[in-house]
Structure formats: C-alpha cells, structure tokens
Design a binder for this molecule. Structure first.
Ligand code: TXA
Ligand code: MG
Length: 320
C-alpha cells in the first residue's frame, strides 16, 4: 500500500531507482518519473491508463535547466518564463534530442514548467534529472488537489506520495505554445489570460474541443466525474430533475431553499481564485456522495480563473 509522507530523501531515492511517485505542485498533484528514463515514463502511462499519444509535461527547477532541455526560446516565451516561473504556466518549446520521444509523443516540442511549490522545488533540486509528470489521476478523470485524492485512485499502483498539502491554485497550468513568434493558449489554467496579455499583448486562445484532437489533454470529455454533470441555471435544472437526488455546486449563491441533498458553494465571497481551489475537490466529493445522483453546476463570470473553471465544467459535463 502507498505511503504518504513529507520526506524528500525517500521521494528522491524512489525516483533515482526509476520508480514513479505522486508529488505536489501548486496547480494539481502530479504522477512523476525521471524524464530521461523510458521505463519510468512507460510506468507513468501504465499507472494512469493514459494513451501514449498524449504527451507529458517536463518539470524542472531553474531557467538554466530549461536551457538544457529546449533548443530555442521565442522572445515572448522568454518574457513569460522570466516573469511567471516558478508558477502555473507551461510553455511548449522546441525540444533537445535528449528528451525521449515517449515523453513528447513524438512531437518536436516539449511542454515545460517550473512549479511553484516548496516541496516540488526541493525535490527537483535534489535530482540530477527533470520530472515528467501528468496530473495524478486516471486518464480522463478529475485532477487531484490533495494527497488523499491521489491515494484513493492510484494508491495500489505507486509506492509513495509526497504530501504538500492542498494545492494553492487548484487548476492545471495554462499551456502556451508558439507559431513562430505568435503565442497561442492551448489550455486555460492557473495563470490568468489577463496577466499574460498584460506582459506580451493579445494572445489567441485555441481550445481543442473535438473528440479526436492533436493533443488529447484537450479532449472534449475530460476532467470528468463518473456522474452526470449538468451546467446552466441551477433553479431550472433542479426543478427539471425533481425526481432525482441532486448535488448543487454553485459559485457564490446559497440554493438551500431548493432542498438539494448536497450543496457546495465554491466561494461565498464570489472570488474566482477561491473557487478554483475548491472546484476539483467539490466534483470529487459529489461523485463520491451516495446521496447524490446528478451534479448540477453553474458557470462563473468569464474572467480571471473563471475562464478555466468554466472550461473544466464544460468538459466535465459532456456525455457521449
Ligand atoms: O498543472 C499542470 O500542468 C499539471 C502539474 C502536475 O504540473 N500537469 C498536468 O499534466 O496537467 P497533464 O498531463 O494532465 O496535462 C498536460 C497537457 C496534456 O493535455 C497534453 O496533451 C499537453 O499538456 N501537452 C504536453 N506536451 C505537449 C506538447 N508537446 N504539445 C502539445 N500539448 C502537449
Ligand atoms: Mg491531466
């Protein structure tokens, strides 16, 4: 059975011996292995049940280390890296040959990020290699934002989870790639679009919503609980489903008067940052609650982290 602890030396030793472990970041927990060790990478794909065509993010601890992994950095990428790393931003950059094709699913670019979490940084500094790490959830499911989430789903498959407490951001990193010098947001996430644009000007958002995308992390149905998630006007949805046991996830309003069997308010103060910290744990809690058959949720204002939360709710609500 998995051990949950805070010992960097234990985590480091397991990674050095080619094993994969759970580790904390400020966004979500990752399932980490030596990015240069193909056996470790294969194990990550196996534990997550993830298709090999879905590439992994490589985590490191300094800009000097990033230079060793990529072949060139567009000017705007460099500005973003210097301002926002460590932080919830992933850059897609042309890779050096040292990075195995398995990590990038054969692409010429590698997804890179310096996470902003003291334990993650300490762990990365203790190692002589970067860590490839997807979110530590079974493929397609909601990302984990604390060590117990990881243990509940992957505990029988990994030896150790480095426990860094609840994630501060609560949403996966924002992913930015470049077409020449033009930046494109491919995944909305923990770094706000407004903050990015303030630094480098307007940025196009290109979210893949097909069921057969180039980068499947942008699969239309993703980040999804097992139960049906309905999005819209909460009052209307509750009235239309009177015969069901309903769990409500609201932004800031109290819907207790509708008599749901369960209700979670993401941020009574109406702050999107606060809501982001709780969205994934809330979806999990509803999914696990025996007195809840369907989940109804409302969208947030399309600003700040509201954009990324809405994106995740949208993907969670798709059913084929
Ligand atoms: O916040 C995060 O980004 C977390 C923490 C652990 O760092 N990681 C994470 O990894 O969310 P994952 O694997 O769940 O999502 C990574 C996404 C996937 O959608 C993948 O398709 C995309 O990044 N990706 C990775 N490398 C890529 C590349 N070279 N080109 C395009 N997309 C890429
Ligand atoms: Mg993921």
């Amino acid at each position: 059975m998995v051990e949950i602890g805070t010992d960097i030396a234990v985590a480091s030793e397991l990674l050095n011996s080619g094993q994969v472990i759970g580790f904390p970041t400020e966004t979500v927990y990752g399932l980490a292995g030596n990015a240069f060790n193909e056996k470790a990478i294969l194990e990550i794909f196996k534990v997550k049940n993830r298709p090999k065509f879905d590439p992994l993010i490589v985590h490191t601890h300094s800009l000097e280390e990033v230079d060793r992994l990529v072949s060139e950095i567009p000017e705007k990428a460099s500005i973003l890296a210097k301002s926002f790393w460590p932080g919830p931003l992933t850059l897609l950059l042309n890779k050096q040959l040292s990075i195995p094709d398995l990590v990038t699913s054969g692409l010429d670019t590698v997804a890179i990020r310096i996470p902003n979490h003291p334990l993650a940084l300490a762990l990365l500094r203790s190692l002589s290699f970067p860590l490839a790490a997807p979110s530590a959830n079974p493929f397609g499911y909601v990302s984990p934002t604390n060590a117990l989430h990881v243990a509940n789903q992957l505990g029988s498959k990994i030896p150790y989870i480095l426990d860094g407490g609840a994630c501060n951001v609560g949403l996966e990193s924002t992913i930015i790639g470049f077409e020449g010098e033009e930046p494109i947001i491919y995944r909305l996430g923990g770094k706000k679009k407004e903050d990015i644009e303030q630094l480098i000007g307007p940025v196009k958002v290109l979210l893949n919503k097909s069921s057969n995308p180039v980068a499947p992390g942008m699969l239309k149905s993703h980040y999804a609980p097992r139960k049906s998630v309905l999005i819209g006007d909460i009052e209307k949805m509750v009235l239309a489903n009177k015969n069901k046991q309903i769990g409500i996830i609201s932004f800031k309003n109290d819907y207790q008067y509708l008599n749901p069997t369960k209700q979670i308010i993401l941020s009574p103060e109406g702050a999107t940052d606060e809501a982001a910290k709780h969205i994934f744990a809330s979806l999990r809690a509803m999914d696990e609650a025996i007195d809840c058959e369907i989940i109804v949720a409302e969208l947030l204002p399309e600003k700040g982290l509201g954009r990324a939360i809405n994106d995740r709710l949208d993907r969670a609500s798709i059913r084929y």
